[in-house]
Design a protein around this ligand. Structure first.
Ligand SMILES: NC(=O)c1ccc[n+]([C@@H]2O[C@H](COP(=O)([O-])OP(=O)(O)OC[C@H]3O[C@@H](n4cnc5c(N)ncnc54)[C@H](OP(=O)(O)O)[C@@H]3O)[C@@H](O)[C@H]2O)c1
Length: 247
């Protein structure tokens, strides 16, 4: 049965409602939420960045998702492209988090096999909490030594970062509400291992063309995962979807 979601109530969705909609379910293991923005034609970047795709509503939801998370997890490619220097949440969010029993700042974890990350970059220098670098035993020793000065560097696998070992490490640290902000290679990898619980996908009313990636890429076999729509919001012709793994 096809049903119509638009027009809907038209009532404004305030921050309290956003907190309810995006609240993590109770969990005793790392629960993995991905957040992405894509153009209507599927492009996950414009000019090499995601920033050109979002609008104000997307930014509002982006901030709410960070506010609710124990850890923000990102791939090294996204760190290299987008920087990620400085606080990930603002002062209001820090107050809200403290009042709700969370650490003022979410932890931040980056996945990197090569350890091709600059220890002098703003990501490390301006981080409000010591970052976690999730790598493998095969990572170059000299780069590891450089990063160990500024981050906790943890092996999660022998030759490559094993998704299950990564999640076990987050679980050991009590980081159960996982917000993964990409990028496409990380979503592709987690999809392959059936490790995606949720996808928050903002769809921008834009055609981008070009050859930018879609939100999940990978070289491994396909691993289709059924999703169920949990929420659909809209502002200025953008759609903000919340999908949960079906079943
Ligand atoms: N539209 C959106 O919402 C959105 C969100 C995020 C990012 N982006 C865009 O996506 C682009 C970056 O995406 P990307 O796919 O190139 O990078 P990515 O997914 O952020 O990171 C890929 C990197 O993560 C590391 N990695 C991931 N899985 C690994 C594994 N199993 N074992 C070892 N290392 C692993 C590797 O790092 P090393 O190379 O260091 O080994 C790999 O090169 C940027 O243009 C960014 O702006 C868009």
């Amino acid at each position: 049965m096809i049903t119509s979601l638009v027009p809907a109530t038209g009532a404004a969705v305030d921050d309290d409602a956003l907190h309810r909609i995006y609240a993590y379910p109770a969990t005793d293991r790392p629960y993995v939420r991905f957040n992405f923005v894509a153009a209507a034609d599927g492009a996950a970047t414009s000019g090499g960045f995601s920033a050109g795709l979002g609008n104000d509503g997307d930014q509002r939801i982006f901030a709410v998702l960070r506010r609710l998370a124990d850890v923000v997890l990102v791939g090294a490619g996204t760190i290299r492209a987008e920087g990620y220097g400085g606080d990930l949440v603002d002062g209001d969010a820090r107050s809200w988090r403290r009042a709700h029993g969370l650490a003022a700042h979410p932890a931040v974890a980056v996945i990197s096999g090569s350890l091709g990350l600059d220890p002098e970059s703003d990501f490390f220098r301006k981080a409000p909490v010591r970052p976690l670098v999730l790598t493998s035993a095969a990572a170059p020793a000299d780069r590891r030594a450089g990063l160990e000065r500024v981050a906790d560097v943890v092996d999660c696998g022998a030759d490559t970062v094993d998704t299950r070992a990564l999640l076990a490490e987050l679980g050991r640290r009590g980081l159960l509400r996982v917000l993964c902000e990409g990028g496409p290679a990380v979503l592709g990898g987690f999809t392959r291992f059936g490790a995606v619980d949720e996808l928050c996908l903002s769809i921008s009313p834009l055609l981008v063309g070009g050859d930018g990636p879609r939100i999940a890429v990978g070289t491994g076999p396909e691993h289709p995962v059924g999703l169920a729509l949990s929420s659909l919001l809209t502002e200025d012709s953008a759609l903000y979807t919340l999908y949960r793994r079906a079943g």
